[in-house]
Design a protein around this ligand. Structure first.
Ligand code: DLL
Length: 436
């Protein structure tokens, strides 16, 4: 399958031209925030940095970082560059603690975002004539409206169904002939499972593409969803602070890393401890600077997401860097008895074992001074109806694999199909009951 390149000029720009465009836009953005946002003026002054010093993209490294706490400290509108009457839209992402992170868009920002989302959809293989069933949540979350505006800009037919009401999703998918499904990967699995229950086979649907993101998922999970729904599934990444969805996406040709729209967002990967910028190919924390946003630009925003950047040319012809799928977050790393572990490592291990379903839950507890980890995972019907002793043997086998390949002792609990919680938006897979 091939994708149409939406912004040929920008998406295939030679590196040198791209970097001079970035430098120009970076300087404009730095000037803008310095002149209008007290927080940035103070943080630039503290770093003894003035926007006029920006001559090339490399000068980016001299700018101070922006952290999630800075957004919280300036809640709700303190980092906007414009008064609220210039802002036509607000979105927010709910954090785990307290107040949400609030972001704003001018009319031009909405234009930019819609175009970027048309680019994103196009990169994922969507065309005019496609019917996009948009099951990302509508509301303060950026997923629903981001995909909505992008689909319209592209000229596809969008069904603004939002998340949830799974049976109705399936009925409409069949009746309206949806060709594209957009939602979180965990919700795609929930839909696939409900199809089984309703005895709707994939050949009754016209689905051909799934664009899944907003939460981590693995290559094995991709293969499972592709197979269950009979589609090509691509990974899409974004975050509210940067724009929402539309920061990076895989091309359907390669499905191998997500192209970052570098004419709008300058990525860096840094060592999360020292803050040093790492060379391409090394794993670290992803940092973004937006260079075209008006109301809410961010400078060197620490995403806490962990990945690598890849500068290898891609066969789709786009010249923008690719990021690997996110392997974890600096803040969701579990430390179990001193061993660092990301939930994604557990997922990858589980999804390689026959008979397990992609529904799992990780429960971490502290007993006395010792951390314990229990992994609950659903098995398929045929494994479940097997003899108890075979189930126990399978648990032991997985426990051994955990020990061997991840170095941690996990207690594996195989559970009956369809007993763990299902999700309509972002999945919550880790329950950390430790009171530290
Ligand atoms: O999740 C925006 C989005 C909507 C992206 C729809 C893709 C599709 P937030 O709610 O602000 O924004 O959450 C951002 O979600 O920092 C990552 O930790 C995580 N995330 C987003 N996409 C992916 C992905 C939207 N493809 C946070 N893989 C980010 C892994 C992802 N994690």
């Amino acid at each position: 399958m091939i994708s149409m390149i939406w912004d040929e000029e920008f998406e295939t720009m030679p590196r040198e031209a791209l970097e001079s465009l970035q430098a120009y836009r970076l300087r404009k953005t730095a000037e803008r925030v310095y002149a209008t946002v007290p927080f940035y003026k103070e943080s630039f002054d503290r770093a003894k940095f003035h926007p006029s010093q920006i001559k090339s993209v490399d000068d980016l490294r001299r700018l101070p970082f922006t952290h999630k706490e800075d957004l919280r400290d300036n809640y709700p509108f303190g980092l906007f560059t414009l008064p609220l009457h210039e802002v036509v839209r607000i979105h927010a992402s709910s954090g785990t603690t307290g107040k949400p992170t609030v972001v704003g868009y001018t009319r031009r920002d909405i234009e930019t975002w819609s175009t970027l989302m048309a680019r994103t959809l196009s990169c994922a293989g969507v065309q005019k004539g496609d019917v996009v069933q948009n099951a990302y949540g509508y509301g303060l979350f950026t997923g629903g409206l981001g995909f909505h505006y992008g689909s319209e800009r592209l000229g596809a037919t969008v069904i603004p169904i939002s998340g949830g009401n799974t049976k109705r999703q399936i009925m409409l998918m069949e009746d309206f002939g949806s060709t594209v499904l957009t939602c979180t990967p965990s919700y795609a699995l929930t839909i696939a499972e409900a199809m089984d229950e309703m005895q709707v086979t994939k050949d009754r649907l016209k689905l051909r593409i799934g664009i899944f993101g907003a939460e981590p998922w693995s290559q094995n999970m991709r293969l499972q969803v592709e197979n269950k729904l009979g589609i090509d599934a691509v990974d899409i990444y974004g975050l509210s602070e940067v724009i929402g969805p539309g920061v990076s996406v895989e091309c359907i040709e390669a499905k191998n890393g997500l192209h970052i729209f570098e004419d709008h967002f300058i990525p860096e990967v840094i060592d999360p401890v020292t803050g040093d910028t790492l060379p391409y190919g090394e794993e670290g924390e992803l940092v973004f600077t937006t260079v075209t946003k008006e109301a809410f630009p961010v400078i060197r925003y620490r995403t806490r997401d962990i990945t690598r950047l890849n500068q290898e040319p891609c066969r789709c012809g786009r010249t923008h860097l690719r990021m690997e799928r996110i392997t974890g977050r600096t803040d969701d790393m579990l430390i179990i008895r001193g061993i660092n572990l990301f939930p994604s490592q557990i997922e990858s291990l589980l999804m390689n074992i026959n008979g397990l379903e992609p529904h799992y839950q990780i429960v971490v507890k502290r007993e006395g001074t010792l951390d314990t980890m229990e992994v609950r995972i659903e098995v398929n019907e045929s494994v479940f109806s097997d003899e108890i002793k075979n189930l126990e043997a399978l648990e032991k086998k997985i426990e051994n694999e955990c020990k061997e390949s991840l170095g941690v002792a996990a207690q594996i609990k195989l559970v009956e199909p369809k007993t763990l919680q299902r999700f309509e938006g972002k999945a919550q897979r880790v329950i950390d009951e430790r009171k530290i």
